[in-house]
Write a protein that binds this ligand. Structure first.
Ligand code: AMP
Ligand code: ZN
Length: 468
């Protein structure tokens, strides 16, 4: 398997640190709003990387954080007159719902920055002891960037050309030894959340959070560190400096970065206001379509979002789903059980699609090519099956299609949509069943609705329902 490593700017053969295991960290979102589909891109593509690694037999320890302390979260909390914690908690919940709806697997651990402050204090103290960091009169702690000899190795930047413009404190302050030094710990401002520390009451810088969470849950050396390409500099460059200066070991072996999701060839971002939330897309499409759209491009290429491309993705997915539906239909009505000799030959012949799919994915997770192979398989299947096909043949082909789609996180069965009218009718029927003491039927109706994502609540004012 080859992966493109931002560190070497080359495709490299993937060799894990420990045989059969992959330790992977993906930088997660800052939670102050519903996530937009740009944020969804790393979630979908690195979930697909994980799924493929698992398919290959690796045990993947997948860690992805939530940045739950940040200027933007605090700003939103002030606007709403609630605590920063309330904001982050709310949007973590919402983000998890979106992830589930996009069929993004839950991480092995989803750490929260605010729950890992002790580890951050420890790493910052070590960096000070080793001479890689210093505190100033107001209790700010800076990383001594020029002391870390490999600084710039990820972003391939030359130290002297660098400008220290990043998400922490932007202005060059007089108490900094060097303009390139970046913040590890900063003093609180009035009304902000803060933690006690040896330097001042304050909060961590953004970069130290990921260094610490990665170390705690995956160890000092990991296989893959990933995120959007905007994180290469300064975020990931700074993470490398902190972790390698502290631990004296190579932090991550492979650095993977996804390209931007653009609109009109501009990065989709909250600050530019040119974004769609995942929720907005969900109003119009099954989120499997969004997933399919994202995977139709290579993860490192820029991807332009447009209504036309979403429609094309929908049509493409429908084509695959229709073929799957047809297989199921034929299988249910099949008159022959066992595979015929000719079918066995076709079955063997279709191995080639699995091989081709794997070689696309082995080539730096080329999902665009992998999807083309799924289309080829669909075409092949459509020409080889009919009413006379055996159940065994049909079922095997269906499983093969499922297997490939599952690696991409694509669910072949369409979510059954339920209309409000239908819900109300079922609720009325359930009430009647309860009146007649037919509790079995009443429970059955509750389960039917639950399967369709509808939760019933019996309240004093009657039965209420909500979407799960
Ligand atoms: P943030 O919440 O800004 O920290 O971003 C969370 C993740 O989403 C990071 O990995 C970003 O690189 C990624 N990201 C944000 N906007 C986009 C975009 N338009 N296209 C692709 N990835 C993005
Ligand atoms: Zn990070």
């Amino acid at each position: 398997m080859k992966v493109y490593n931002t560190l070497s700017k080359k495709k490299e053969t993937f060799t894990p640190l420990e045989e059969g295991k992959v330790k992977m960290y993906v930088c997660g979102p800052t939670v102050y709003n519903l996530i937009h589909i740009g944020n969804a891109r790393p979630m979908i593509v690195f979930d697909t990387v994980r799924r493929y690694m698992e398919y290959k037999g690796y045990e993947v320890n997948f860690v992805s954080n939530f940045t739950d302390v940040d200027d933007k979260i605090i700003k939103k909390a002030v606007e709403e007159g609630v605590s920063a914690q309330e904001i982050s908690k709310r949007y973590i919940e919402e983000c998890k719902k979106d992830m589930e709806n996009m069929n993004v697997k839950t991480a092995t651990v989803h750490p929260l920055a605010t729950e890992e402050i002790d580890g951050m204090l420890e790493m910052i103290s070590t960096l000070i002891e080793k001479g890689y960091a210093y505190s100033t009169a107001d209790g700010t702690v800076y990383f001594r960037t020029r002391k870390f000899k490999d600084y710039g190795k990820l972003s391939h930047k030359n130290l002297d050309e660098l400008q220290a413009g990043h998400r922490d404190i932007k202005v060059t302050r007089e108490d900094k030894e060097d303009a390139l030094d970046f913040v590890l710990w900063k003093p609180k401002k009035e009304g902000e959340p803060y933690w006690e520390s040896p330097w001042c009451q304050g909060r961590p810088g953004w970069h130290i959070e990921c260094s610490v969470m990665s170390k705690k849950y995956l160890g000092e050396e990991i296989d893959i560190h990933a995120g959007g390409e905007d994180l290469i500099f300064p975020h990931h460059e700074n993470e490398i400096a902190q972790s390698e200066a502290c631990n004296g070991k190579i932090f991550a072996k492979y650095w993977l970065h996804n390209g931007f999701l653009n609109i009109d060839n501009k990065k989709m971002s909250k600050s530019l206001g040119n974004f769609f939330t995942v929720r907005e897309i969900q109003e119009k499409y099954d989120l499997q379509v969004l997933r399919f759209f994202m995977l139709s491009a290579h993860y490192r290429s820029p991807l332009n979002f447009s209504a036309d491309l979403m429609e094309a993705a929908k049509n493409g997915l429908d084509r695959i789903r229709n073929s799957a539906k047809n297989l199921n239909y034929l299988s249910q009505n099949a008159k022959v059980v066992q595979m015929a000799e000719q079918e066995a030959e076709f079955w063997k012949e279709s191995d080639v699609f699995v091989t081709k799919f794997e070689s696309s994915m082995d080539d730096d997770f080329n999902t665009a090519d992998a999807i083309s192979v799924v289309f080829e398989l669909v075409k092949y299947i459509n020409t080889k099956v009919n009413e006379a096909s055996s159940k065994e043949f049909l079922d095997k082909l269906y499983q093969r299609m499922c297997l490939l789609c599952d690696i991409l996180g694509i669910i072949l069965e369409e979510k059954e949509e339920i209309l409000e009218e239908e819900i109300e009718t079922l609720i009325t029927e359930r009430q009647a069943a309860r009146k007649e003491k037919n509790f079995a039927r009443a429970d059955e109706i509750r389960d039917i609705l639950l399967k369709k994502g509808i939760i019933l609540e019996d309240t004093r004012e009657g039965v209420k329902w909500k979407k799960a």
